[in-house]
Design a protein around this ligand. Structure first.
Ligand code: ATP
Length: 237
């Protein structure tokens, strides 16, 4: 089975700021892995570095054993798709046009129309709104569209940057359920970056806690949910 991600000894600096310091983690094919941590811990930077969207000062990224170069498009060519934080939809294009943009960058085997139908099955609300301008979608709907757009690339590894950010709790539960469904149906590996540690660790079979650009703790989702330090720092109890 394909979809193994291995990040080793990653270092990313923005001028004097060391955003990521010697960070290593991996995800096995079909696994859901969570990266949790406070604001500024380096979660988004890690995903950007994997996608080749920022420079890496050190470190390696491997997908299914192959080295992925630090260039825009390189990870995509290896089957890695990112649903970015802040969603980045093209506001003056329709929902469907936005989704189709995701397909052009992918290496998928299945016909575009079939993948689009699958995305609409996961997110029926996007189908209802397919002709609407993406800029007029609600926050939760834009989040769904961003995940859908990443899926259009038919990735082996789907990376989601804070899918719960700014979303009503009831919709967070919906999004979590759909992420699980996508993972179970398609076998895609999921790397989930979240400040909502509860949601992420419930979904993930493995979790990593980031602090100041380093991995401070790792374990199964259940272990981390039960860990007193994690409970105090990230779960508020
Ligand atoms: P959040 O949950 O708030 O998005 P994060 O864990 O995703 O946080 P990053 O966005 O990766 O954290 O940021 C890590 C550190 O790098 C922070 O100190 C941030 O200020 C800094 N940083 C991020 N992007 C840049 C940039 N383009 N230039 C300079 N510093 C940056």
């Amino acid at each position: 089975m394909l979809g193994q991600l291995e990040v080793s000894n990653l270092v990313v600096r923005y001028g004097p700021v060391e955003a990521v310091r010697d960070l290593s983690f991996s995800a096995e094919p079909g696994q859901v892995v969570a990266l949790i941590g406070a604001n500024g811990a380096g979660k988004s930077t890690t995903l950007k570095a994997i996608m080749g969207l920022c420079e890496r000062q050190q470190g390696r990224v491997r997908v299914d054993g192959d080295d992925v170069r630090a260039r825009p498009g390189a990870a995509l060519a290896h089957g890695v798709a990112l649903s970015p934080e802040g969603r980045r939809m093209f506001a003056r294009m329709t929902v469907q046009e936005n989704l189709l943009m995701g397909a052009y960058s992918g290496q998928g085997q299945r016909p575009q129309k079939q993948v689009l139908e699958q995305v609409y099955q996961y997110f029926p609300r996007l189908k209802e709104r397919r002709k609407q301008m993406a800029g007029s979608l609600s926050g939760g709907e834009q989040q769904m569209a961003a995940i859908g757009r990443a899926l259009m690339a038919q990735p082996r590894i789907l990376m989601l940057d804070e899918p719960s950010l700014g979303i009503a709790p009831i919709i967070v539960a919906d999004i979590a359920r759909i992420i699980r469904e996508i993972n179970e149906d398609t076998g895609v590996t999921v790397v989930l970056v979240e400040q909502n540690a509860q949601m992420a660790l419930q979904l993930a079979s493995r979790g990593y806690v980031l602090e100041s650009g380093r991995i401070e703790l790792a374990g199964t989702g259940e272990e981390l949910l039960a860990n007193p330090e994690v409970r105090k720092a990230y779960l508020g109890n």
